[in-house]
Design a protein around this ligand. Structure first.
Ligand code: NAP
Length: 253
């Protein structure tokens, strides 16, 4: 098959969590551009409609499911609606995530647990639900962060722990499922990309962080989408268990 065709996702069904804004919306649209039909999930139904319109404008089918990924039953329902509506699940993008910055001596158990519940546990519940129905040739891409491997200049114990745990989850599921079920499991580790999450940073934070980014700038979501399509597609058929940084070189510094 010609090499560029190996990146095509025609006929595939992708589930993207956290597709109501930011990177998740860009992932849903990018997967649709590559040919996939897309199931999108998040808590804000009104915002999912906007993403669904963009996917459908590309001629792809879209099923929007209002769900909280921290709830295992919601994750099961997302996958059931994907199978009911579009027949199968070939690709899962575990993108839903929350970020907080709270000094460790002040962070409450509920604050810490909520971040782990969404970023780590939610990724696992979604992977479990998809892993039960995915056929050989399927692909899971977990969205980690460079902050799983290094630190920012903010107090982010919960977020950093959750994203470091995504690396362990990715490796373990790859070891369990690549050979036995034919499901590849990888992670992306984004650096800094403009989104609702980065809008919450203190004034001047992003500019100050750029000194640690050899590329000297934040990323464009399109640069992350290209890496996602690679990992999701047959172009990466011999790639599993990795964490791919897309960070302008931040992890080299
Ligand atoms: P964002 O715009 O705030 O998007 C977060 C998404 O997650 C939203 O669509 C939100 O939708 C969804 N979400 C949050 N809690 C959820 C829950 N309990 N159940 C279902 N969906 C939930 O931020 P973003 O930057 O695009 O973040 C996307 C992912 O990229 C996150 O995993 C984040 O950690 C990761 N990341 C981002 C950057 C960056 O620079 N932007 C860098 C590294 C990693 P609802 O509120 O509608 O539920």
């Amino acid at each position: 098959m010609p090499v560029l065709d190996r990146f095509r996702l025609d006929g595939k069904v992708a589930v993207v969590t956290g597709a109501s804004s930011g990177l998740g919306a860009a992932f849903a649209v990018g997967l649709a551009e590559a040919g996939a039909d897309v199931v999108i999930a998040a808590r804000r139904a009104d915002r999912l409609k906007g993403t669904a319109s963009q996917v459908e404008a590309l001629g792809r089918r879209c099923v929007a499911v209002t769900a909280d990924v921290s709830l295992p039953d919601d994750c099961t329902r997302v996958v059931a609606e994907a199978v009911d509506g579009l027949g199968k699940v070939d690709i899962l993008v575990n993108n839903a995530g929350v970020g907080t910055a709270v000094p460790a001596t002040r962070e409450t158990p509920d604050e810490f647990r909520r971040v782990i519940d969404v970023n780590l546990n939610g990724s696992y519940w979604m992977a479990q639900a998809c892993g039960r129905v995915m056929k050989p040739g399927s692909s899971i891409v977990n969205i980690g962060s460079v902050l799983g491997q290094t630190t920012g200049a903010l107090p982010q114990a919960a977020y950093a722990s959750s994203k470091a745990a995504i690396i362990g989850l990715t490796r373990d599921l790859a070891a369990q499922w690549t050979g036995r079920k034919g499901i590849r499991v990888n992670a992306l580790a984004p650096g800094f990309f403009p989104s609702e999450m980065t809008e919450q940073y203190p004034d001047g934070y992003l500019d100050a962080m750029m000194i640690r980014v050899p590329a000297g700038r934040a990323g464009d979501p399109e640069e992350l989408v290209a890496a996602l399509v690679f990992l999701a597609s047959d172009a990466a058929s011999y790639v599993t268990g990795i964490v791919l940084p897309v960070d302008g070189g931040m992890l080299t510094t």
